[in-house]
Design a protein around this ligand. Structure first.
Ligand code: FO1
Length: 304
C-alpha cells in the first residue's frame, strides 16, 4: 500500500498514472481540505472532487476543474438574479455539492462522503480528506485578508501574498484512517502539488508532519516546479513572495527534513547536486504528465 499526499490537478494526474502501474486499491490519497468552502449554503471540496472526477475519467480537461460535458444553466440564472456567480458551479457538478451538503447535514463525516462519492464513480483509489474538521487556508495579502477561493479564483492569484494561514489547523485532528495510512504505507509519496497551499495544509494537521518525518527514508516527492515554473497555478510566485528560491531547490527547502528521495524533471538536472547536498537522493525523469507514456514512466520511477 502506498499513500500519496495530494492537492488537486497535479496529484490527480499522478494518482491516475500510479493506478495504471499498480492496483488502485493499493493506493490511498490523503487529500488537502484547505480549499474547501461553503458557498450558497453548499459544501464544496475542490481537491477531493478534482481527484474523484479525474480518476473516474470525468474531469473537464479544458477548465482543469469540474466535470466534462458540463452545462451552466443554474449559474447563468443565478447571475441574472444578481447572485454570486464568480465561482462557477456547473449543473452536473452541483449534484456533488448537493449530495455532500445533505449527507453532512445528516451527520456523515467528510471522509464517509468522499468514500461514497468515489464508490459511486467507480474509483477504487481510497480518497481520504486529511481531517473531518474545518481547516481553511487564508491569505494575508497587500490588499487585506482573502479566503482561498477569493485569492485563487476571484483575484486570479494576482495579488502580493505576505503570509498564508491555515485557520483551525492546530485544533484539527487527522482521521485515524489517515494516521494509519501514513504509518502503514510501504511508501509515502508527495504529489507535485503546490507545496505552500496544497501540501503544507496537510502537514500542518497535528501528527501528520511528525509521522512523515519519522518515515523520511520511505518518502518520495515529485517536484511541482520545472525550470523554475509551475505547469499551472501560483506555486512559483508564492515561493518567491514567501522568501524561497523559485526552483525545485526552493521546494526542497519547504519540505526540509521530510523527503528521502526527490524526483525532478530533466530540465532541472543541474540542480541535482544541490539537492543531494541537502541530504536527499535524486532521480531525474520527465515529470510532465500530459502524455500517457511519460505519466506511466514517472509513476514507475515513483514506485521503483
Ligand atoms: N476554478 C476557477 O478558476 N474558476 C472557477 O469558477 C472554479 C469553480 C470550481 C467549482 C468547483 C470546484 O470543485 C472547483 C472549482 N474551481 C474553479 C477550481 C478550484 O477552485 C481551484 O483550482 C482549486 O481550489 C485549487 O486547487
Amino acid at each position: 500500500m502506498i499513500t500519496v499526499l495530494s492537492g488537486g490537478v497535479g496529484a490527480a494526474r499522478l494518482l491516475r498514472a500510479l493506478s495504471d502501474v499498480i492496483a488502485p486499491s493499493q493506493i490511498t490519497a490523503v487529500v488537502n481540505v484547505g480549499d474547501d468552502m461553503v458557498l450558497h449554503g453548499l459544501s464544496i471540496c475542490p481537491d477531493l472532487d478534482t481527484i474523484t472526477y479525474t480518476l473516474a475519467g470525468l474531469n473537464n480537461d479544458e477548465l482543469g476543474w469540474g466535470l466534462t460535458g458540463e452545462t451552466w444553466r443554474v449559474m447563468n440564472e443565478l447571475e441574472a438574479l444578481g447572485g454570486e456567480a464568480w465561482f462557477r458551479l456547473g449543473d452536473r457538478d452541483l449534484a456533488t455539492h448537493l449530495y455532500r451538503t445533505q449527507r453532512l447535514a445528516d451527520g456523515a463525516t467528510k471522509t464517509a462522503v468522499a468514500l461514497e462519492l468515489a464508490l459511486r464513480h467507480g474509483v477504487a483509489v481510497r480518497l481520504l480528506p486529511v481531517t473531518n474538521d474545518t481547516v481553511t487556508t487564508e491569505f494575508v495579502t497587500a490588499e487585506g485578508r482573502l479566503s482561498f477561493q477569493e485569492y485563487f479564483v476571484r483575484r486570479h492569484h494576482d495579488v502580493v501574498v505576505r503570509s498564508i494561514e491555515f485557520v483551525g489547523a492546530e485544533r484539527a485532528s487527522a482521521t485515524p484512517e489517515v494516521l494509519d495510512a501514513l504509518r502503514e504505507a510501504s511508501r509515502i509519496v508527495i504529489a507535485p502539488s503546490n507545496p505552500l497551499i496544497s501540501i503544507d495544509p496537510i502537514l500542518q494537521i497535528p501528527g501528520v508532519r511528525e509521522i512523515v518525518r519519522t518515515r523520511r527514508d520511505d518518502v518520495v516527492a515529485v517536484s511541482p516546479l520545472i525550470g523554475g515554473e509551475a505547469l499551472k497555478g501560483p506555486a512559483a510566485r508564492l515561493l518567491g513572495e514567501l522568501g524561497f528560491e523559485v526552483s525545485a531547490v526552493g521546494v526542497v527547502d519547504v519540505y526540509q527534513g521530510l523527503v528521502g528521495t526527490w524526483i525532478i524533471d530533466e530540465a532541472d538536472a543541474e540542480l541535482a547536486e544541490r539537492i543531494r547536498h541537502r541530504g536527499a537522493r535524486v532521480e531525474i525523469t520527465t515529470t510532465v504528465m500530459a502524455e500517457a507514456d511519460n505519466a506511466r514512466r514517472l509513476a514507475t520511477v515513483v514506485l521503483s
